[in-house]
Ligand binder design. Sequence first.
Ligand code: AMP
Length: 415
Amino acid sequence: MTFNELNLIAPLLKALETEGYTQPTPIQEQAIPIVLRQQDLLGCAQTGTGKTAAFALPILQLLDAAHAERAPKHIKVLILTPTRELAIQIGESFAAYGRNLRLKHTVIFGGVPQGSQVQALNRGVDILIATPGRLLDLMNQGYIRLSDISIFVLDEADRMLDMGFIHDVKRVVSKLPQKRQTLFFSATMPTEIQKLANTILTHPQMVAVTPPATTAEMVTQSVYFTNKKDKRQMLLHVLKEKTIKNALVFTRTKHGADKVVKDLQKEGIKAEAIHGNKSQNARQRALGNFKDGAIRVLVATDIAARGIDVDLLSHVINYEIPEVPETYVHRIGRTGRAGASGTAMSFCDQEEMQDWRNILKITSQKIPVVDNHPYPMEQTGKVQINLPKNKEVVHRPNAVAGASSRHNGSQRRRW
Ligand code: AMP
C-alpha cells in the first residue's frame, strides 16, 4: 500500500516525500482511513510503530478541509501525552508533516517557565500538544479554553496510569465538548485503561499492531555475565569499540545514572545523564547534544528514556538489567528503529540472573553470551550459577561489540 492510496492530500504527500517515507506502517494503514472518516479509534500500539503519523496525518487533513486557519484563535485539536519528551516529539512530527499547510500548533509541558507557552497560545493555535499537569495549570489560569475542541487524542494511556496522571486526564476530559472525535492510544490494555476507553470513546474502531516483542528481531543482542563491581570497567572496555558511534546506557536509578556519567567523564568519554532529577532544560540539552553527536553516551533511567527517539542510535547498553522484563523490550527498541540496524548489550551480574531469565522467557529468543571478556562472573560459592538454558556461547577474539545474532539480515523494516 502507498500513502497515495490512503487518499492523503498533496501537501501531506509532499511532506512525506521530504521525510523519506515511502510506505505507510501497519498502524498508519489501518488508522488513517478511520480517522479520515471521523470515527473514534482505539489503537493498541506503542511508540516506534509510526503511531504519531497515524494520527497526525489525518488530523492535519481534516483540519485543512475544515479551513481551520480561518479561525486561528480557537484550539481545535488537543493531544494529551504523558512526558515532555513525547510532547516535543509529537510537536516536531506536526511541524514536519504539516510543513506545506498553514495550520498552527504548539507544545506545552511543565518544568519550564510558562511565559513563552502562554505567548504562543495567545497568538492562536489550531493544534495543542500538552502534558496533563501544565495543561490543567494553564486552564485554571484562564489561558486555555477547550470548548472548540473537535478532535481529542489521548496518547500512551497506559503510561498515564503508570505515572499517576489518570485523574488529571479525567479532569481534562470532563472539560471537553461531548461532541468530538476521540483517538485513544495505549500499548497495553489493563482493566482500568479499558474502563477509561469505554467512558471516553463512542463506537470506536479498534486497531492493534504487532506486540513489542517483535521489535527485538531487528536488534542484534548479546549478554555479558559479569560482576557488579566490574561493570564500570566493563563499560569502558566495551566503549573502546569504535563501531559504537553512540550509546544509550540504561541504569535502574537516577543516582546510578549520575555515577556512570562521572566514571565515563573521568576517562575522557563525553557523556551526560537524563533523568527525573534534572531540569527540563538540562534534559533537553543533553538529548540535543546526544542527537547532534556532541556527546557519545547518554545515560538514562527508564522513565526519562520513555519516548526518546534518536534516529540512528547505534547501541543500547543495559548497564543494569531491568526488573520488569517488558522494560528490556522497550529499552532495546530505542535502537534499530525505522528499519535501521541496532545493537543491544546487557551486563548481567549474579543478583540479576533471575531478571535475565525472565527476559529470556518473554522474548523467547536465544541471546548470545559473550564469554570472552576480561571481567567474567565470579563464582562466590554462595550462589550456584546456572546460566540460562538457551545460552549460546560466542567465541570471538575481540568479542566486545561483535557478538551478533541478527535474525533476518540487515536492513529490514520492522513493520
Ligand atoms: P512513532 O511510533 O510515531 O514514534 O514513530 C517511530 C519512528 O518511525 C519515527 O522516527 C518516525 O519518524 C518514523 N516513521 C513513522 N512513519 C514512518 C514511515 N511510514 N516510514 C518510515 N519511517 C516512519
